[in-house]
Design a protein. Structure first.
Length: 261
């Protein structure tokens, strides 16, 4: 039944009359996701600088002391506390001496996240992705417009953060493949500011592959990602293969800064 409603909504596309169905936006989004997921093909070969593994991050094949930037999006709920601690321990091992660890985290669990990761890492600063329109929070307490990210490192020294602006404005927010999917453009901004050509960038909670796509768009990075869920690994490989090119990114040119002289 739901399937046929979704199929109808899909065929109407943008012509779906608003108000006819109570939540047309949600039905359209579900229809779009169904279509996108049906297009996911197994991708066996990715570019040589991209390595996507299906594993728990604790088993990720990465050399100790070899990583310049960990850019990730952990599970935000308190139930992941033990994972936050374990991940920060891995991060300390994997990172080069002045390497950076960056993760998105929900504003409610941010203090607990910091408590855990500061066992092994040093806080540098934080920033946030700022969305155009506020949305009522899941628990109905407030309208939310920010997704925070925390920047930490494995050394006490305050590090150069590449002129990063700490408010990032997503231009491409959608959840086409996955409920936890994040926009690509802020991840491009973070990758570009916090790493350089030749660096090793790791995402140990890859999900639908957003950070792998961002790395491909920035270029000249060696990317290693993993996820514990095989379905999202397949989606990630598909997205890196299909979306990881500059020409796919309508905002790419507007972010290129031309230095005079
Ligand atoms: C918040 S989502 C990441 C979403 C991603 N930023 C995106 O745009 O699609 C977190 C991901 O971590 C994965 N995950 C959870 N525990 C994990 C673990 N122990 N090792 C590796 N991946 C894990 C989940 O399967 C999920 O896909």
């Amino acid at each position: 039944m739901l399937d046929s409603v979704i199929d109808d909504a899909n065929s109407l596309g943008d012509d779906l009359p608003s108000g006819l169905i109570r939540k047309p936006g949600k039905i359209k989004a579900a229809a779009k996701r169904k279509k996108k997921l049906s297009e996911v093909k197994t991708v066996n070969v990715l570019p040589a600088n991209i390595d996507v593994q299906h594993c728990d991050f604790r088993n990720l094949q990465v050399e100790d002391g070899s990583v310049d930037l960990i850019l990730t999006d952990v599970i935000w709920s308190l139930s992941a506390r033990k994972d936050w601690l374990a991940l920060s321990e891995c991060a300390k091992k994997w990172l080069k001496p002045k390497g950076l660890f960056v993760s998105l985290i929900g504003s409610e669990t941010l203090p607990d996240f910091l408590d855990e990761i500061r066992t092994h890492l040093h806080y540098q600063t934080m920033g946030a992705m700022v969305y155009k329109a506020p949305k009522m929070s899941v628990d109905g307490r407030l309208f939310k417009q920010l997704t925070p990210f925390v920047i930490a490192s494995n050394c006490k020294e305050k590090l150069d953060l590449g002129g990063l602006i700490d408010a990032l404005f997503p231009k491409d927010a959608n959840k086409d493949y996955f409920d936890m999917q994040q926009p690509i453009s802020p991840m491009v901004d973070l990758t570009r500011a916090l790493s350089k050509a030749g660096d090793v960038v790791v995402d140990p909670h890859l999900g639908s592959g957003t950070n792998g796509v961002a790395d491909m768009r920035v270029g000249q990075r060696n990317f290693i990602g993993c996820d514990i869920n095989l379905k999202t690994v397949d989606i990630a490989r598909h997205r890196i293969h299909t979306e990881g090119r500059e020409e796919f990114d309508p905002f790419f040119k507007s972010r290129v800064v031309t230095v005079a002289g």
